[in-house]
Design a protein around this ligand. Structure first.
Ligand SMILES: [Zn+2]
Length: 499
């Protein structure tokens, strides 16, 4: 369950501002289309970011973003959004960076592309959509910025007064890369919040992202009116034209012209009336609950769900009860949560997010062994859901069955590959089993995967001192050398970039 009352609302918006700010600083003029190697501050006018540098920069920013209180580490939400992104980008050009979506706990309506194919989606955006095609429409627009490489091409509105702040941000990032414990590490991401909030992409970039996004939306079989209907509502709510009152319209200026382009495009193709997935309803409910910033807001959200449950039926009603259930869980009213869960599953309704909730309810009752059974059954039924793999590991861990945890996680790391939390959880269980070398090596893997290379090296060095096995020691040495090489490369890259 998310921690309820402990996050500043400003930070999530920061990332939205990093990107355009970086671009305007390092690619001051509209750049030519060919990559021309590494730019530096002194001679950047005719250059654009190389894909490799853009990727490294994105990775570096994400190391900080993951520590931000508004970053949402939730396998259900991430996998859902990533699934939509994959459908949309299925036919994107081969040189498009891998699109990686992360949810941001923020009730304002926004989504933003960062260097390296990372896209943040505010919970408030998902909550404000009326159907899945609208959500896909906004995501398609963001992916359009990535596909068109607007970041590297520097297609942003010009604002001179950001230069100094961006230089400071980069200096902080470079410092942070050198030492993961440095206070600058935490500073770097938040610092961007101070960057002029009026920055956004250029009008030309917005048009390109609309056009590319539209093609992806159509190709993936979504209702192409989704884009225009959502943007249209945004424009109305933020006061017709070019308003600055909404986060999204601030960084992606809307205009009457853009709107009519979207509508014209939609008229030129056949409209698919794509039904919402069941996941959409549950994800939207979870995000609404997640973004409640106080106990009072949580109660308000619960009231909202209860009234929705009373006036809807079918999947909408089930999702409303689901929202109420996770709200009561958060309020630690487990009896009410159980009641809402029962209502959500009435009529033998099943969904993997309801199954995950049943595991959490069992854990709340301190019935960890029951939670293990529920989680294993659910994972057997929905083996494509990473959240259920995590549920199995978590409940085994709560049951104190650490030997089973490490066996299970060994299989899962082979299956999923890129889930840092599996390594973090394995480290915890190895620690309980008194196996210090494996504990450190798994923590090292966790840090390496989240980009915190110095911390990873430190863990490996501790593992090496704890190891008595010559073969194991040389394995660790090889890994340390590899990480140190990566660290040097990244630091050099960022230093050349930061000047
Ligand atoms: Zn845009």
């Amino acid at each position: 369950m998310p921690n309820p009352d402990r996050f500043p609302s400003l930070r999530g918006k920061a990332a939205a501002l990093i990107l355009p700010a970086l671009l305007s600083a390092f690619v001051p003029a509209l750049a030519p289309a060919q990559p021309v190697g590494l730019p530096d501050l002194g001679d950047s006018a005719a250059q654009e970011l190389s894909p490799r540098l853009e990727q490294r920069l994105g990775d570096a920013i994400m190391v900080e973003a993951r520590r931000d209180p508004t970053y949402v580490d939730d396998a259900e939400l991430t996998q859902y959004l990533t699934g939509i992104a994959q459908q949309l980008s299925a036919k994107a050009p081969a040189d498009t960076p891998e699109i990686r979506i992360f949810p941001v706990r923020d009730s304002s309506i926004n989504a933003f592309a960062m260097p390296g194919g990372y896209i943040g989606v505010h919970t408030g955006l998902v909550v404000a959509t009326q159907n899945e095609s609208e959500l896909a429409g906004v995501m398609a627009h963001e992916i359009g910025h990535v596909v068109q490489r607007h970041i590297a091409r520097g297609m942003v509105q010009q604002k001179q007064d950001t230069l100094i702040m961006v230089a400071a941000l980069l200096a902080a990032l470079v410092a942070a890369r050198g030492n993961s414990q440095a206070p600058e590490a935490a500073l770097a991401f938040g610092q961007a919040a101070a960057i002029n909030s009026q920055l956004g992409f250029s009008r030309g970039a917005e048009r390109e992202a609309d056009r590319t996004g539209f093609q992806m939306l159509e190709g993936a079989g979504y209702n192409v009116n989704g884009m225009a209907s959502f943007f249209g509502r945004l424009m109305q709510t933020s006061g017709l034209n070019e308003s600055t009152s909404q986060a999204f319209t601030r960084t992606h200026p809307l205009s009457i012209e853009r709107m009519s382009d979207m509508q014209n495009r939609a008229r030129s193709v056949a409209i698919h009336d794509k039904a919402n997935s069941q996941d959409y309803y549950f994800v939207r409910a979870k995000m609404r609950m997640l973004q409640a910033a106080s106990g009072q807001e949580a109660l308000d959200a619960i009231r909202y769900f209860e009234s929705r449950a009373a006036e809807t039926e079918g999947i909408e009603r089930a999702a409303a009860y689901y929202g109420a259930a996770i709200g009561w869980m958060r309020q630690r009213n487990f009896a009410k949560a159980e009641e809402a869960y029962q209502a959500a599953t009435s009529g033998a309704r099943s969904h993997f997010m309801l199954a995950r909730l049943a595991v959490d309810l069992a854990l709340a009752r301190n019935d960890a062994n029951q939670a293990v059974t529920l989680a294993r059954d659910a994972y057997a039924r929905w083996p494509e859901q990473r959240a259920l793999a995590l549920a199995v590991a978590e409940s085994l861990q709560r049951a104190g069955r650490h030997a089973e945890v490490v066996d299970f996680l060994k299989e899962q790391t082979l299956k999923w590959g890129d889930e840092p939390r599996f390594y973090q959880m394995a480290a915890t269980s190895y620690s309980r089993l008194g196996r210090a070398v494996e504990e450190r090596r798994n923590m090292a893997e966790f840090y390496a995967m989240t980009g915190a290379l110095p911390a990873a090296v430190e863990q490996l060095q501790q593992a090496r001192s704890a190891s008595k096995d010559f073969y194991e020691q040389s394995q660790i040495d090889a890994k340390v050398r590899e990480l140190q090489r990566r660290e040097r490369e990244e630091r050099d890259l960022l230093k050349r970039f930061g000047g």
